[in-house]
Design a binder for this molecule. Structure first.
Ligand code: AQP
Length: 336
């Protein structure tokens, strides 16, 4: 029996943060033996918001190196850069032609990010979910491991695939596989350190709102010391009146690997002055091996390039097979 296939990616819009790690990359690494894995750096997505061409390529390499540092094993997983495979853009165009505009206008991420861009908002931002659908459907992925924020885009991917199959495929022989979301139970939505009601995000203008995977220990200590808390004595999970408390306890629980009930009991009587150093130490110790491995990978550019080249060639073969089937189903002529 072939293993179920997974596909996921992160945008190189900056350094990865704890949300990207706990919502996505850590779970990719943990599931590598159970799946056939494709993990890409989605650089074309990073262009849907204003970007600096001087550092896009470097950021893509940084994110690929972070995948390796977080435990993605190139012998078990195919790692590649999205824009190196033209089939992503081509399939996105073909899917654009069957995606109703109002499906895209409903997307929460578009509405939120468009507000920030005002009149300059580009078509690419509206079209982001179609490109994401192309990424996933090209690889005929069974499962897509993502954080909670991407659930709506995944539902759209499923709708687009179903519409495509309905319009162009024999019901007995669908061309595109309908993927399932794979959202972790804890860490699916890591919240900002400065506001427990909004998600931790690379595009938040304040660096104090997030822990980046490459933050040095003294910066982590400073961010946790200054992060938003409340004046209540005692700490507990799941209180909607205390979103920051729930978020910080969840971070500690997930990173320490201790069961939730055990953590709840241990922190019940604690104040922030006692809990924050504990969280800081857990974060620093968890990130230390990732940072060490990252430095080693970045010291050997030829190694990273060889992994990306091998990944590209494996991914390209799968992508071209799907693209060929889609082109044929839509009635395009065969390239001569
Ligand atoms: N706060 C979060 N909690 C849990 N998971 C998260 N993810 C992102 N933020 C959180 C997951 O990380 C993966 C990659 O995300 P992305 O880089 O493609 O873009 P994003 O979802 O828009 O993440 P950011 O960091 O907030 O980037 P910007 O600010 O550039 O848009 C996805 O699986 C996502 O679910």
């Amino acid at each position: 029996m072939p293993l179920p296939r997974v596909l996921s990616g992160v945008q190189p819009t900056g350094n990865l943060h704890l949300g990207n790690y706990l919502g996505a990359v850590r779970n990719w690494a943990a599931g590598q033996d159970q799946y056939e894995n494709y993990f890409c750096v989605v650089d074309l997505h990073a262009m849907t918001v204003p970007h600096d061409p001087k550092n896009l390529a470097a950021h893509s390499y940084t994110v690929a190196a972070l995948y390796l540092a977080c435990g993605i094993d190139p012998h078990k997983s195919t790692i590649f850069i999205q824009s190196h495979i033209c089939a992503h853009s081509e399939l996105a165009w073909l899917l654009n032609c069957i995606t109703p505009l109002n499906w895209l206008e409903r997307m929460i991420q578009f509405k939120e990010k468009a507000l920030k861009q005002g009149e300059d908002v580009g078509v690419g931002l509206l079209d982001y979910p179609v490109l994401m659908a192309a990424d996933i459907l090209l690889y005929q992925a069974d499962q897509v491991p993502v954080g909670q924020d991407q659930k709506q885009h995944l539902e759209l991917t499923r709708d687009i695939a179903q519409r495509f199959n309905f319009l162009f495929a024999d019901p007995e022989q669908p061309v595109l596989k309908i993927p399932e979301p794979m959202i972790p139970q804890a860490g699916a939505r890591v919240m900002s350190l400065t506001d427990g009601t909004s998600k931790m995000s690379k595009s938040d203008p304040s660096d104090m709102s997030r822990i980046n995977l490459l933050d040095p220990p003294d910066l982590i200590e400073k961010k946790i010391k200054r992060c938003k808390t409340d004046p209540v004595r005692g700490l507990w999970f799941d209180d909607p009146e205390r979103p920051e408390c729930h978020n910080l306890l969840t971070l500690y629980q997930v990173l320490s690997g201790r069961p939730k009930a055990e953590v709840a009991e241990a922190v019940r009587e604690m104040g922030w002055g006692q809990f924050k150093p504990l969280l800081t130490e857990t974060l620093v110790e968890h990130l230390r091996p990732i940072q060490t491995r990252f430095a080693e990978v970045m010291d050997e550019p030829a190694y990273l390039e060889s992994i990306l080249a091998a990944g590209r060639s494996r991914a390209e073969a799968v992508a071209q097979t799907t693209l060929g089937a889609v082109r044929a189903a839509m009635g395009l002529s065969r390239p001569l």
